[in-house]
Design a protein around this ligand. Structure first.
Ligand code: SF4
Ligand code: SF4
Length: 484
């Protein structure tokens, strides 16, 4: 914060928007240090998973699939068919609640370590940029200079690599939606047979390239809804990358001849290293800001300075506002307790739904509006509809067995074979002997079989003539009369 400015005046404007509303391009200094190294390893592991997962199959199906077009989802080998959509939605809601809860406690740890925007930006695109154009000051010089051969080849090569990585990312993204086999098929057939698909791939690639080549930190600052939510999710106990103003203030230049701890100055030597490395162009010493993605670059930079001047590390560190202001340990507040209860409840509900989830779901219903029919002089019949949802990975030939009472099932049309992930249905008649019927509503018990394997047991009702009840009533009445 500039001393001549009002306190908090930095909040009136974005550091990346100039006085005239122009974009102020951020040239962050190449970060280095222990936190950066850990994030580098973690990011490459994440990318390995992201780019490798579509190639991994479990029992012939992709390990992960998010086919929103056909509403088919696979999470680590568990297939969610359209009939399981409620389970998938619940899992996603739980995930969102988890993120909220996590954010309340750990702040924007997700943004700095896991978010694809940060991972791609800091560990792919910016690394390419550093490699070709050099560090921040060289990049600034290159952009300021007029076009010549050196600038032309550097810019061309950089953008060519940016675009290539964008294509790869979009193809992988599509593999998560349609599966790697379909993607291979699509690419082999070429644009002639799939004009729309190729136009879509190109459009997404251009959008992706634009985000990382030009839009960059603006995604985190003005677009990302998660970033916008920080204002309501974070409180004084949330852990964030924070500047220890109690220790750092009052700032003052470093003097190698004076013992800092004996002077009236705080530990911040106003070197500006923390600002130089910040990819969103802010000064963390101003306090917690929505632009901060908790990338830890300023922590590394300041730790290096502290080591150089012989002061303890951690002037900028992971801490909560309360920890810094009061020196108290992290406290569990009412909000954390509430979110935890909701999360545990949702996890319990999901676990319950998973335990009652079956691979095959059957429904048997008497055809709507139908009554009994005189099948022949000795039998009545009812017409039914059987629906079978096959959530297994194989085709299921379905056979119905009438367990109770004694009777016959006559399938109408072809035998019922349900393909994987599909719903099959067929009509059938249940034929019962008139002699056996004792009332107008007789309970039926079916066994649903696939080959010799019993899949499920189902119940339904067979409707007979009302006179059967009358006969029963008459007989009861007569019996009652006899008793009297
Ligand atoms: S890097 Fe540390 S010492 Fe340097 S300005 Fe930032 S907070 Fe102060
Ligand atoms: S303030 Fe620090 S942690 Fe936040 S974005 Fe800038 S460099 Fe990263």
């Amino acid at each position: 914060m500039n001393n001549s400015e009002e306190p908090d005046s930095f909040r009136d404007r974005l550091s990346t928007i100039g006085e005239q509303g122009n974009r102020v391009w951020v040239y962050p200094k190449r970060p280095k240090g222990p936190y950066f190294n850990k994030r580098l390893v973690f990011s490459y592991l994440l990318m390995l998973f992201l780019f490798g997962a579509p190639f991994i199959k479990i029992k012939g199906d992709p390990m992960l699939l998010f086919n929103i077009i056909e509403r088919k989802f696979i999470l680590f080998g568990v297939i969610f068919w359209p009939q399981d959509f409620h389970l998938f939605v619940l899992t996603m809601i739980t995930f969102i609640v988890f993120i909220v809860l996590f954010t309340v406690i750990y702040g924007r740890l997700f943004c700095g370590w896991v978010c694809p925007q940060t991972v791609f930006m800091e560990f792919v695109y910016r690394q390419i940029e550093y490699l070709i154009e050099g560090n921040h000051s060289q990049q600034r010089k290159l952009d300021a200079q007029s076009w010549n051969f050196d600038k032309a080849w550097k810019k061309s090569l950089k953008h060519l690599l940016f675009f290539t990585f964008s294509i790869l990312t979009i193809l992988i993204f599509i593999a998560y939606i349609i599966g790697i086999d379909q993607l291979k098929d699509l690419l082999e057939k070429g644009p002639k047979d799939n004009v729309t698909a190729f136009v879509a791939i190109f459009a997404f690639t251009v959008a992706h390239y634009f985000v990382f080549a030009k839009f960059r930190e603006q995604v985190c600052i003005i677009v990302c809804p998660y970033g916008r939510l920080q204002g309501v999710l974070l409180d004084r106990n949330s852990i964030q990358v924070s500047y220890d103003y109690k220790r750092g203030e009052p700032r003052g230049k470093h003097n190698p001849l004076e013992k800092r701890e004996n002077s009236s100055k705080g530990d911040c030597i106003e070197c500006g290293s923390c600002e130089l490395v910040c990819p969103t162009g802010i000064d963390i010493r101003n306090g917690s800001q929505l632009e901060c993605i908790n990338c830890t670059a300023c922590m590394d930079a300041c730790d290096a300075v502290m080591t150089r001047i012989g002061r303890p590390k951690g002037l900028i560190r992971y801490a909560s506002e309360r920890t810094i202001a009061e020196g108290t340990p992290l406290k569990v507040n009412a909000r954390v307790v509430f979110y935890s209860v909701v999360l545990v409840g949702l996890l319990g509900l999901i676990a319950y739904l998973f335990t009652i989830r079956t691979d095959v779901e059957t429904t048997i219903l008497r055809v709507q509006g139908s009554m009994y029919q005189e099948y022949d002089s000795a039998h009545y019949s009812n017409i039914y509809l059987v629906q079978v949802v096959n959530k297994t990975r194989k085709e299921l030939p379905i056979r119905l067995v009438l367990e109770k009472p004694e009777g016959e099932i006559k399938m109408m049309g072809d035998s019922l074979i349900v393909r994987k992930g599909e719903v099959g249905e067929a009509n059938f008649l249940v034929v019962l002997s008139k002699e056996l019927l004792k009332s107008s509503a007789t309970e039926l018990k079916f066994k649903i079989m696939s080959g010799d394997q019993e899949i499920e047991e189902m119940k339904s009702t067979f409707v007979g003539p009302n006179k059967l009840d009358d006969t029963d009533d008459d007989e009861n009445d007569k019996a009652g009369e006899r008793k009297e």
